[in-house]
Design a protein around this ligand. Structure first.
Ligand code: NAD
Length: 437
């Protein structure tokens, strides 16, 4: 199959590299000339474990190329995947579809022969209808079928997720388009990936429903964590106790600073707007959004409390800035709100993150960035673990206690056991584990 991917970001680049690895001939397109130049030079524009080797191998095998020329790339393709961003729109929080619509307008005149145009971006119900309308308006003669194929990969584990997905959702009622999509994903059938073919609107909504459900699960355990702190219970044991129930399952039951990242915040918000517009508000999701928003800043208050009620003039060291480990993605990371809350209270912030600092510097220029975890902690009045990178899981606590000004640890990911940290002379606060905080 000849596949064109429009948008070479976290989703587009991983999808393109994996499709090429399946044996397809793939062109990855981006309008960002610097990104394409970097990719052509063998440099990855994002951090995703294993991606550089996968891209290099498939470029070497001549199955994967990069270009900014969307029209040329679209004209030869059997399938064009739209994988551009759909961020929250300023003002109303609905998904900004301008990038998706722009791609539809740009590819329409270039389409030659039968082509499936497939939206991989997360888009609200009805977007496929609009993409189809735009293409038919610009090029009424185009032999095109517009399908939906939402992507469920997770940053940090994107390649494994793409190659061994729990399911593939394809939204089309056109048998010819379905055949193309089945051929695109055929190499995965060896792994018995369940492919679910639905109508286009159902596929679009499935993605939002999945993300909203996961966001609700996280938010649920976060609120239970707060209750644990208030009543003297342990959220990790509660999570284990409920997670072993197969109807609940153990995943997404780790209490923390609130969900962030490039998907959950914007997708929950967009779903809320869609449901309101449809006259069927999703009150549960509305509450999830509100609870999670408040939680991030509440984490700053938690740190202030751990510091004795004030951080004015104090130095707070943050370990981890990205919204989760194994990514450089800073979009909507809880660290942004935590840093703002602490700075508002007069703290000086020093931070270290293994991959996120380049982007963090542009978002938080007033933060001091350290070379490693120990340099970050040196002289600090509190150490806050914000992201559970592996590199932070086995720190030399004795050394930290010696180099810090005050041995205070706030572990927003519960990666340490309080008795171990306290044994090294720290005062320790976890999430949902410390009664009476
Ligand atoms: P991203 O910002 O990393 O990448 C989008 C890319 O599209 C950018 O490189 C941008 O330059 C490019 N682009 C924008 N307009 C273009 C145009 N007209 N022509 C060519 N290129 C263009 O975004 P992402 O994280 O890859 O997300 C893409 C979509 O996938 C979003 O809808 C997102 O919700 C969804 N999604 C993301 C993830 C994730 O983990 N990041 C997972 C599942 C789904």
């Amino acid at each position: 199959m000849r596949i064109t991917i429009v948008g070479s970001g976290y989703v587009g680049l991983v999808s393109g590299a994996c499709f090429a690895d399946f044996g397809h001939s793939v062109v990855c397109v981006d309008k960002d000339a610097d990104k394409i130049a970097a990719l052509k030079a063998g440099r990855m524009p994002i951090y995703e474990p294993g991606l550089d080797a996968l891209v290099a191998e498939n470029v070497r095998q001549e199955r994967l190329i990069f270009t900014t020329d969307l029209a040329a790339a679209a004209s030869d393709a059997d399938a064009v995947f739209i994988a551009v961003g759909t961020p929250s729109r300023r003002g109303d929080g609905f998904a900004d579809l301008s990038f998706v619509h722009a791609v539809a307008r740009e590819i329409a005149p270039a389409l030659r022969g039968y082509t499936v145009v497939c939206t991989k971006s997360t888009v609200p119900v009805g977007t496929g209808d609009e993409v189809e309308r735009i293409i038919r308006e610009v090029n009424p003669a185009a032999e095109v079928s517009v399908a939906s194929n939402p992507e469920f990969l997770r940053e940090g584990a994107a390649i494994a997720d793409f190659k061994r997905p729990d399911r593939i959702v394809v939204g089309t009622q056109d048998a010819r388009a379905e055949a193309v999509m089945r051929e695109v994903y055929r190499p995965l059938y060896l792994n018995q990936a369940p492919i679910l073919v639905t109508d286009r609107r159902t596929a679009e909504l499935t993605k939002y429903a999945a993300n909203a459900f996961l966001a609700a699960k996280i938010t649920f355990i976060n609120e239970v964590a707060d209750l644990c702190e208030a009543v003297g219970a342990d959220v990790q044991q509660v999570a284990r106790g409920i997670g072993l129930d197969k109807r609940i399952g153990p995943k997404f039951l780790h209490a923390g600073p609130g969900y962030g990242g490039s998907c959950f915040p914007k997708d929950t918000l967009a779903l809320v707007k869609t449901a309101q517009d449809a006259g069927t508000p999703l009150r549960l999701v509305e509450t999830v959004v509100a609870v999670n928003d408040q939680r991030k800043r509440a984490m700053a208050r938690k740190v202030i409390k751990a510091c004795g009620g004030s951080v004015r003039g104090k130095t707070v060291a943050l370990l981890g800035l990205t919204f989760k480990p194994d990514t450089d993605d800073m979009r909507d990371a809880p660290s942004l709100a935590i840093v703002a809350g602490l700075q508002d209270a007069g703290a000086r912030i020093v931070a270290y993150d293994p991959e996120g600092m380049a982007h963090a510097r542009t978002l938080m220029p007033e933060v001091t960035y350290a070379e490693d975890a120990y340099a970050c902690a040196e002289g600090a009045d509190a150490l806050v673990i914000v992201t559970e990178w592996n590199a932070f899981r086995a720190l030399d606590l004795g050394r930290l206690a010696r180099i810090m000004n005050a041995p205070v640890m706030v572990d927003l990911r519960n990666i340490y056991r309080s008795q171990d940290v306290r044994a090294k002379g720290f005062s320790y606060r976890g999430i949902g584990t410390d009664p009476g905080l």
